[in-house]
Design a protein around this ligand. Structure first.
Ligand code: PAF
Length: 274
């Protein structure tokens, strides 16, 4: 595996090779990330994984400074997973100057759910992902569907900006008890870790109840929020949405149930597609 930290070096090692399959990450890799690398490997082209903790997508009150940085371990995991190129730019490479030009995704998709509770988050995500796409010039890029709204926004950005990149959404990888793998799970203490699968369990319960004729969406959402609150969570939202664009669902639409809630100081998100 080659490890490169500048865009120039990355272009040099990719010159003359087929457009790579790309997995963007913020590091602290777990089995969920490695499943994306495995999916990239199946494309038969060079696999590039980036590791970059993107300051632009963290609000001042969020965990940018304490976000886990485990570069040596991550590089070992990528090597074992068969990644060809690890792209590990320092901040000065991607942001040599303050990033004044930014991608502002449409409010209808970017300022609801996660965007409502994390203002500016998706501007930060889309901006860095566009920069990474320009650096890597992939033919395909793979994103985990745990971050369902992020995946939809990147897909929309690529479509509307005519980028020749196929965006693939990969299924969420879970621990045996249902907890979606996330770098932020590492913040949980033992008792919180035992409680954490409850978020997925509540979303799955809502999803199951949606199968009942005449299911009352607002009551199901409020019931899940209440159930989480009673167990000590601070829920931001539980929402039943149209899976295509997270709009309010109409009869016959395919649905997704999304949720975000804080357990102590740790904010977890998850979703269940129906
Ligand atoms: O999902 C993530 O880890 C990040 O939002 C991403 C896509 C790597 C952009 O920083």
């Amino acid at each position: 595996m080659q490890i490169v930290s500048s865009i120039r070096e990355l272009r040099d090692v990719l010159r003359g090779r087929p457009a790579p399959a790309f997995v963007p990450t913020m590091g602290n890799l777990h089995a969920g990330h490695l499943s994306l690398v495995e999916s990239a490997r199946q494309r038969g082209v060079p696999v590039v994984t980036s590791i970059f903790v993107n300051r632009l997508q963290f609000a001042p009150n969020e965990d940018f400074d304490r976000y886990p940085r485990t570069l040596e371990r991550d590089l070992g995991a990528l090597r074992d997973a068969g990644c060809d190129i690890a792209f590990t730019p320092p901040e000065t490479e991607l942001y040599p100057q303050p990033q004044a030009y930014r991608v502002h995704p449409p409010a209808g998709l970017a300022e609801v759910l996660e965007g409502r509770f994390r203002p500016g988050f998706f501007t930060g995500v889309c901006t860095v992902v566009l920069k990474l796409f320009n650096a890597v010039q992939p033919g395909v890029a793979i994103f985990g569907k745990k971050d369902y709204q992020q995946w939809l926004l990147i897909r929309g950005m690529v479509a509307q900006l005519d980028l020749p990149i196929d965006i693939v959404g990969a299924p969420t990888v879970r621990d045996a008890d249902g907890l979606a793998l996330s770098s932020r799970n590492g913040y949980l203490d033992e008792a919180q870790r035992r409680e954490a699968p409850r978020l997925h369990a509540e979303l799955a319960r809502v999803a199951a109840e949606l199968a009942t004729a005449g299911a009352d969406h607002a009551a199901l959402e409020a019931g899940a929020v209440q159930a989480l609150r009673e167990r000590g969570w601070q829920p931001d939202y539980v929402a039943i949405r149209r899976s295509a664009d997270l709009g309010p669902p109409a009869a016959g639409d395919r649905l997704v149930v999304l949720g975000a809630a804080r357990l102590g100081a740790t904010r977890l998100i998850d979703n269940v597609e129906i």
